[in-house]
Design a protein around this ligand. Structure first.
Ligand SMILES: [Zn+2]
Length: 324
């Protein structure tokens, strides 16, 4: 069974409501009785961005409102705001650059690789020359924000889009952060690079779709096997990985794949801008069970969770398309 897409992205009307700050209506996900049903039901996209605050938080708020005014004191710097993907800590509440209208990521890609726009002749094939295996010095850390970050040892350098890049780390989101033709896919991998010539960050995005009985992906399997469950926990990756298996199949004999390129930001706080994005449009295909496992990792092991930021306004940016 093919489970390529887990949910429909919000309508433009819903987007407008969100941007204006009004609370969108969110359909409650139906209860499911098994982990496999979870994927079938598409709960990965059961976004809860605007749940009412829990009673405890309401009680704290009313107690604070009822308390007599205290004598003025010198204000201490505010503690760093916790951020996450829950009702109270989710993307709608992120501050700083995340809250400003700029060139933010992710964005909605309003086409797919089967119905592409005209290609940009100035773009060149994107052929990441990963080492065959990375055997030593790879650490895997639970970020405390719903994913594990797999950090590379020094020196995973290669030419990408005509410039020298260094791979720093990769991590995953569920469901996908970019949407394709109005839909989310099951997961998205982000391979974060530093452009050694410009100093910019560059992220390679890989969509992941799931099907029952499809081959498990060895890199995702190793990340799940090694990823510490405790927030902030860090360990060495246990077995060698081949990052080549984290790329979708090539379309052409020269190894090229269709992709889009645009300028955006980190998709998590501090949402820094000036990030070059390269997103492959053909998805990687993996066993649905891996998606479920990752959702439980995102939910700290006890329940399924999500860790995706919704698409941000395009704000006049152009999206360049490379046709393989
Ligand atoms: Zn990411």
């Amino acid at each position: 069974m093919r489970l390529a897409v887990v949910a429909q992205a919000p309508t433009p009307a819903a987007n407008r409501q969100n941007e204006a700050g009004a609370a969108p209506r969110v359909e409650r996900p139906q209860l499911v009785s098994s982990r496999r049903q979870l994927v079938k039901a598409g709960l990965a996209a059961g976004l809860c961005l605007c749940c009412p605050p829990p009673l405890a938080a309401l009680a704290e708020e009313s107690a604070a409102a009822a308390a007599p005014a205290a004598a003025p004191v010198v204000a201490a710097p505010p503690p760093p705001q916790p951020w996450g993907y829950s009702c109270l800590t989710g993307p709608e509440s992120w501050g700083g650059a995340c809250a400003t209208v700029g060139f933010q990521s992710p964005i909605a890609l309003n086409f797919d690789a089967s119905h592409p726009p005209p290609g940009d002749g100035a773009l060149q094939p994107l052929l990441p020359k990963f080492p065959r295996y990375i055997k030593q010095g790879v650490t895997v850390k639970n970020t405390g924000h719903g994913t594990m970050m797999v950090a590379m040892p020094e020196g995973v350098d290669y030419e990408l889009a005509g410039q020298r890049h260094r791979l720093l780390q990769f991590h995953f989101h569920t469901p996908s952060e970019h949407t394709v033709d109005g839909r989310w896919l099951a997961m998205e991998a982000h391979l974060v690079h530093k452009n050694l010539e410009t100093g910019n960050l560059a992220v390679l995005g890989v969509f992941i779709e799931a099907g029952e009985g499809w081959t498990p992906n060895p890199v995702i399997a190793e990340a799940l096997r090694s990823g510490p469950m405790a927030s902030g926990g860090e360990t060495l990756l246990q077995r060698p990985i081949s990052l080549r298996t984290l790329l979708p199949n090539a379309r052409a004999a020269d190894g090229s794949r269709p992709y889009v390129n645009y300028s955006g930001s980190l998709t998590t706080p501090p949402c820094s801008t000036g990030v070059d994005w390269y997103v492959f449009l053909d998805p990687l295909q993996v066993d649905a069970e891996q998606i479920v496992e990752f959702m439980y990792y995102a939910g700290s092991g006890s329940r399924p969770g999500i860790n995706n930021r919704p698409p941000q306004p395009l704000a006049g940016r152009s999206i360049r398309y490379f046709a393989a």
